[in-house]
Write a protein that binds this ligand. Structure first.
Ligand code: ATP
Length: 628
């Protein structure tokens, strides 16, 4: 047991809290063996949620292994009886005895097969049920973890965690726990039977066990450590491939295929070197194990043969020793796999459980109530915000109020904090200071579900799912009637385009909406947000790919829709927001100018300068502007 604990301590790595941005889970610090052990106990507890299946599996394994031990004995006896038949002739009592032994051997083999089948069936069932429960818990947790968590952790690492690590935990019961039972019975009881039959031959038969068990464990651990490195290299390879595929248009546009191929080749070579190293480890150790087994067999044949010649044991007894060695060979070699299974389960389990136990930074307060919309007033009260790990505040002293039916425009240079303001309203992030209220209710004190139903954000990045246009629009409200979907598409100026398509609303949009233009994608995401009929509707630079004429028509169509809700428009294009009731000019995370379009023009500040740059006819601009 101590050896196992030592092995676990070598192999256990933990998430170690939230990893730094860009760092994978596999890079984080090693955890203590105590942690590895408690992880294994937790997996065992999870497995015991299916007590009947676990009991059937363990009992079946025990019986199958015990029955297997009868086989060498029966074979040995059959050989001795066959010799008797040869001496006494057919039809004698010796022949009857041989038939009885053969029949017993058949029954034992069939029973062993049946119990092995039960062991495999229920063992796999327990593993799959545990895997299913873990997968659900993992997926559910991923849905609830905050944006700051997703900012820090690479998507590829989460996928690895949900596939490979989860598999390591899932398979622990069949490849770890059951092997302990199997090997315990085979080696323990088998060794007793052999030694009690003939001490010297018994010890010789078992002489290969310590060496093979040791080599097999060392090999598997060496393979495991190279496997972890290989995983990291393969994950680099898949990241390179993922980026290449995601940015295929950029790659082609910049004729960078050669550079990309070289990048891929480097990553591939690293993975290949390690794969070759793994083959070397496996081949050299397999040869050493084969040699030790054959040497032990040679010794048993030599000493056993002499005993047979001396008449001390029968040929059948010698055959019994040799058969037992052959039976024992495979499980002993698999001892390494068992050790590996313990190590893998503790490593993978520690990582997985750290994620499952991770505290949710954004969740419902204990006494959270549903948001109740009355007048629909959105208020920012001296709001400050800083991203986790960022050196300085992204937003400071943001205050404004918007009443139902009002439109607020937010404009400012890139990186000034406009999108961050939008992300605070549905609590994608929590404010660092100050408060945001809707109808006087602090958004941090209402349920997330009710808040996110009341706030619709049309994101900068027009992400679409690989499904029909209809399903994409109805994403937030899958039971919506077709008329409502059509109306949302009409508001977004997309209806006429959709009905012109051969499959209309059932047209599948391709991966991430690849079959649509940028503007169509944006309009589709607008329609999707309108379906929620939110009390606060935020357009986060979501009309940048839409031409000014279409945008104007969307605004006109939505006039009635916008009457009983707050609309926030974030845009670089002044024509998108100059009609707003109040315009906020944000710079360096602060509101530096505010007012209506006319008031801001009259102020002659930054907004005015932007207006002159974007909208004022060139020959109407002041000379200074032209000079600048
Ligand atoms: P743009 O007009 O280019 O969209 P923006 O005004 O909307 O910019 P934000 O996206 O709000 O600006 O970003 C404000 C600042 O916060 C930037 O300096 C940006 O680098 C930083 N920032 C944005 N998102 C994150 C994040 N997830 N983690 C850390 N810093 C971030």
């Amino acid at each position: 047991m101590l050896g196992m604990v030592w092995i676990l301590s070598l192999n256990t790595q933990a998430i170690g809290g939230a990893p730094e941005r860009g760092k994978s889970f596999a890079h984080v610090a090693e955890a203590s063996w105590g942690k590895g052990l408690s992880t294994l106990l937790r997996i065992v507890r999870m497995t015991l949620r299916h007590p009947w299946q676990v009991a059937i599996t363990i009992v079946s394994t025990f019986i199958a292994a015990t029955l297997q031990l009868f086989i060498p004995r029966l074979l040995g006896r059959a050989i001795d009886q066959a010799q008797g038949v040869m001496a006494a002739g057919a039809g004698t009592a010796a022949e009857h005895a041989l038939w009885n032994t053969a029949l017993t051997l058949l029954v034992v083999s069939i029973l062993r097969g049946l119990f092995t089948m039960a062991q495999n069936y229920y063992g796999e069932a327990v593993g799959h049920q545990t895997g299913y429960e873990l997968r659900l818990a993992f997926y559910e947790k991923i849905q609830r973890l905050s944006f700051s968590f997703h900012d820090r952790v690479h998507t590829g690492d989460l996928i690895t965690l949900g596939l490979l690590d989860l598999d390591g935990v899932r398979m622990f019961f069949s490849t770890g726990i059951l092997r302990v039972v199997l090997l315990g019975v085979l080696i323990g009881v088998g060794a007793y039977l052999l030694i009690s039959t003939d001490l010297v031959l018994g010890l010789l038969s078992l002489s290969f066990v310590p060496f093979v068990a040791w080599r097999s464990s060392v090999t598997q651990l060496a393979l495991r450590s190279t496997w972890l490195t290989l995983q990291q290299r393969l994950s680099v390879l898949s990241r390179v491939m993922d980026e290449n595929l995601g940015g295929i248009r950029v790659v082609r546009a910049f004729a960078a295929q050669r550079h990309e191929l070289e990048k891929f080749d480097r990553a591939k070579q690293d993975a290949l070197d390690l794969a070759t190293e793994r083959v070397d480890i496996r081949v050299s150790n397999t040869s050493a194990m084969n040699f030790s087994f054959l040497a032990a067999m040679g010794l048993v044949l030599w000493f056993g043969g002499q005993k047979v010649i001396a008449g001390q044991i029968s040929v059948g007894t010698l055959a019994q020793f040799l058969t037992f060695m052959t039976i024992l060979q495979m499980p002993v070699r698999q001892l390494g796999l068992m050790v590996n299974s313990f190590a893998r389960a503790s490593t993978c389990g520690t990582r997985l459980f750290e994620l499952l136990d991770a505290e949710l930074d954004i969740q419902d307060a204990p006494d959270a109530k549903d948001l109740v919309i009355t007048d629909g007033v959105l208020r920012f009260d001296n709001v400050g915000f800083r991203y986790a790990g960022a050196g300085r505040a992204t937003l400071s002293g943001i205050s404004f109020e918007a009443r139902s039916g009002e439109t607020i425009g937010i404009v400012g240079p890139p990186g000034s904090g406009k999108s961050t303001i939008a992300h605070l309203i549905p609590r994608f992030y929590d404010v660092t200071s100050g408060a945001i209220t809707i109808d006087g209710q602090d958004i941090s004190k209402v349920t997330l579900q009710s808040l996110r139903k009341a706030v619709g954000v049309v994101q900068q990045d027009a992400f679409l799912f690989t499904t029909s246009i209809e399903n994409n629009i109805a994403y937030g409200n899958p039971w919506a009637r077709e008329t409502r979907i059509g109306q949302a598409a009409e508001y977004a100026q997309l209806h006429n385009y959709i009905i012109g398509l051969p499959a209309g609303y059932t047209t599948v949009v391709g991966e991430r909406g690849a079959s649509l233009s940028g503007g169509q994608r944006q309009r589709l995401t607008i329609a999707r947000s309108l379906m929620l009929r939110p009390s606060v509707l935020v357009f986060d630079d979501s009309t940048a790919a839409i031409d000014a004429g279409t945008e104007q028509r969307i605004r006109a169509a939505m006039k009635r829709f916008a009457r009983d809700r707050v609309t926030l428009i974030i845009s670089h294009r002044l024509s998108s927001l100059m009609h707003a009731d109040q315009i906020l000019f944000v710079e360096g995370g602060r509101i530096v100018e505010r007012g209506t379009h006319e008031e801001l023009l009259a102020l002659g500040g930054r907004y005015r300068a932007l207006y002159d740059l974007q909208l004022r006819p060139e020959d109407d601009r002041p000379a200074a502007m032209g000079a600048a």
